[in-house]
Design a protein around this ligand. Structure first.
Ligand code: IVH
Length: 677
């Protein structure tokens, strides 16, 4: 191959990889399978290795390059990186609006405000020279920061070179690097499993990941970035409004928060704030408030700055997601699989929008890692729908009468032995189905909405049924009679009949639900679905060897082992036989399989709150039937599923005339393709 041909192939591979990267990380619209991406990357790497003269710093192959640093160097910010004034309620916002109008010598006009989620991460500056990422720096004290270019280059949402037209010769972009919650939870889970120290919150995790001297560590961390302003610009023009500037950044391949909107008047700012406050828990990342900015740049220039904050912007804060409180006691709960989980009983505290009085401590190792004693003051964190966590202990506030936590040596419920498998952090009660706690937890799981969905059989009732010896395992539910139920406290004829009806109705189910309901260790909903889809029938699944199980998507050796153990256990299979002879049945999965990709070629968007299933699940089902699921609405969107609280995406879909359906219609779509939820 001539060197011109090589260069051409190298350049076209780079363009292709940049485009895929942009679609995946910036637009949230994956366009090719990973294998295809990997092949192109391997080809590029091998060409660059054979032809070192073709290597460039902005090649997508160069995200993790070079050696670990000895130390960070200092960077002076030519345009200082400012902070923001805070507002805590609408009256602070009205005062802000009044100050702005007075300075502009206006009385009651309604100004345009750009409204943006205030991401809780680390502020950074990215310097692009002729479109190539040249330097990245932390904010530091606003005047001087640290050079973190080597680490920032590993973040896929940050382009190494800008795309599109009109890129200025020098462009300094500012924004927030953050760690989405899912990635943070996964990182902490891994740290706990490996005996490491978990991070307190996603912001600390992001900061810690950027403070690495070795970029390979940063590359392994799930970081993301959204841009929110521009510092230096030379040799190029920018639009006259802030929101249009952000749109321009987006057109150059930079990621901008899709939740941002422009409104008119301070009243509309409040509407946006309330809407986001309601949606905050369901976002994929932590936000600690909303930033409101006067949209017209000319007005921003007239307003100027006071000390270190602009007069044209304000951050209205949300209730804190971390608070201090006291640990009153530590109790030990026994889970469905016998796992012993220590739980901190707390002095009730309002955090992340709810009152929290319990927090999980995960396992004994975590108590040691935290160095927690009963009586300690701790930082409690609650974000999203994640269960409240004890993030750290405030040692300075330890009272003299603080007591050490003693981990039990026998099951606190059935007094059986506790055992711990090699390399595991969790102790388990060996009592199995003899242990009342495990019986209760197994039945609660079986009847839960996502499993067999037995309406009306709440936790209290399950506890009563087990405590009174009326039901020992899930099969026992199908032997309940009206007389037995009516014998229970506060149970009328009508309620008893309703429960019997719900138990009866649960007999007609889907194979995937049944597999999930059995509570096999490590088999969550997604795995249950994969197993059902792969094997098509219960008989095929039960007779599958460990190797055959390993052929299933997302089944690894651990899951395969647990599944086989379950099927090899006589007592488990006896319960299954009782369930089936009671009439529990499901339609053939083959039908679902034959029409597996009916939505291929379509792009769907899911927004707002869903009641019956989480957004992640809705997306997983859509992907399973062939749809592409995008994060933002465009003319190419085929359908948007909008739940309550849907905001800018719904408005855009209406403007573009995109088909809009609600959750009920989505479930009907799933049902028509054999996905019964
Ligand atoms: S604008 C001159 N916009 O909040 C304006 N800041 O408390 C400077 N932040 O240091 C910042 N999201 O790290 C702006 N959409 C957003 C933001 C945002 C998060 C952070 C930023 C800044 C801090 C100020």
């Amino acid at each position: 191959m001539s060197s011109a041909d090589t260069l051409q192939e190298v350049e076209s591979l780079r363009e292709q990889l940049d485009a895929w990267n942009h679609q995946y990380y910036v637009l949230d619209q994956p366009s090719v399978p990973d294998a295809e991406y990997d092949r192109a990357m391997q080809r590029l790497l091998s060409l660059e290795e054979q032809h070192p003269e073709c290597q460039t710093n902005d090649s997508p192959s160069q995200r993790v390059g070079g050696q670990a640093l000895e130390q960070f160097t200092q960077v002076a910010h030519e345009v200082p990186m400012l902070s923001l004034e805070n507002a805590f309620d609408q009256s602070d916002m009205l005062a802000f609006n009044r100050r702005v109008l007075e300075r502009l010598e206006q009385s009651d006009i309604e100004l345009e405000f750009a409204c943006e989620p205030k991401l809780d991460g680390i502020a950074v500056s990215l310097l692009y020279n002729n479109g190539c990422l040249e330097r990245a720096a932390t904010r530091g004290d606003g005047a001087t920061g640290e050079d973190i270019t080597h680490n920032v280059r590993t973040i896929h949402a940050i382009p190494l070179r800008l795309r599109g037209d009109g890129v200025p010769a020098v462009l300094e972009v500012r924004g927030e690097i953050y760690m989405p919650r899912e990635g943070f939870e996964a990182l902490n889970r891994a740290a706990r499993e490996q005996g490491g120290r978990p991070f307190v919150n996603p912001r600390n995790a992001a900061a810690g990941s950027l403070r690495q001297l070795d970029p390979r560590v940063t590359a392994s961390r799930p970081l993301d970035m959204c841009c929110y302003s521009v510092g230096r610009v030379e040799g190029g023009e920018l639009p006259e409004r802030h929101a249009d500037v952000l749109e321009r950044l987006r057109s150059w391949g930079l990621k901008v928060n899709p939740e941002s909107v422009v409104v008119r008047g301070i009243g509309a700012c409040d509407d946006y704030y309330q809407q986001m406050a309601e949606r905050r828990d369901r976002l994929a990342y932590d936000i600690d408030g909303i930033v409101f900015k006067v949209n017209k740049l000319e007005l921003q220039a007239r307003l100027g700055f006071v000390s270190r904050a602009p007069r044209w912007a304000v951050a209205r804060k949300f209730p804190a997601q971390e608070e201090l409180t006291a640990v009153l006691d530590v109790e030990f709960q026994v889970g469905r699989t016998g796992a012993i989980t220590p739980v901190a009983r707390l002095e009730p505290v309002f955090v992340g929008g709810v009152t929290v009085s319990n927090a999980t401590l995960h396992n004994g190792d975590e108590i040691e890692r935290l160095g927690l004693c009963i009586g300690d003051t701790v930082i409690v964190r609650r974000a999203g729908d994640v269960i409240p966590q004890v993030a750290s202990v405030v040692l300075d506030r330890r009272p003299p009468n603080a007591r050490a936590v003693t981990f039990p040596i026998r099951c606190p419920v059935c007094d059986s032995k506790l055992e711990r498998e090699d390399g595991e952090a969790v102790w388990r009660c060996v009592g199995g189905l003899v242990c009342a706690a495990q019986q209760k937890a197994a039945i609660k799981h079986y009847v839960s909405r996502r499993a067999m969905d037995v309406d009306g059989l709440g936790d209290k009732l399950v506890e009563q049924l087990v405590d009174e010896g009326l039901v020992e395992n899930v099969a026992g539910l199908y032997t309940l009679s009206r007389e037995v139920l009516q014998g229970l406290e506060r149970m009328g004829e009508k309620s008893a009949d309703n429960i019997l009806q719900a138990v009866e109705a649960s007999k007609r189910t889907a194979l995937s639900r049944f597999i999930f309901a059995l509570g096999i260790r490590e088999v969550g909903e997604a795995t249950a679905r994969s197993l059902a889809l792969h094997f098509g029938s219960w008989e095929a699944l039960v007779s599958a060897s460990e190797d055959q199980l390993l052929d299933v998507d997302d089944v690894g050796p651990v899951v395969a082992d647990h599944v086989r153990q379950f099927f090899d256990s006589l007592s488990s299979m006896d319960v299954v036989a009782q369930l089936r002879s009671a009439g529990v049945s499901w339609p053939d999965v083959e039908k679902a399989r034959s029409s597996m990709q009916p939505l291929s070629g379509q792009t769907w968007v899911v927004t707002g709150k869903l009641e019956q299933l989480s957004r992640t699940e809705a997306k997983a089902h859509l992907l399973a039937i062939g749809a592409k699921v995008a994060g933002s609405v465009s003319a190419k969107t085929d359908c948007i599923v909008a739940g309550p609280g849907a905001g800018s995406k719904l408005i855009k879909a209406q403007e573009l005339g995109v088909k809009i359906i609600d959750e009920t219609a989505l479930l009907a779509v799933f049902a028509s393709h054999g996905i019964l939820l």
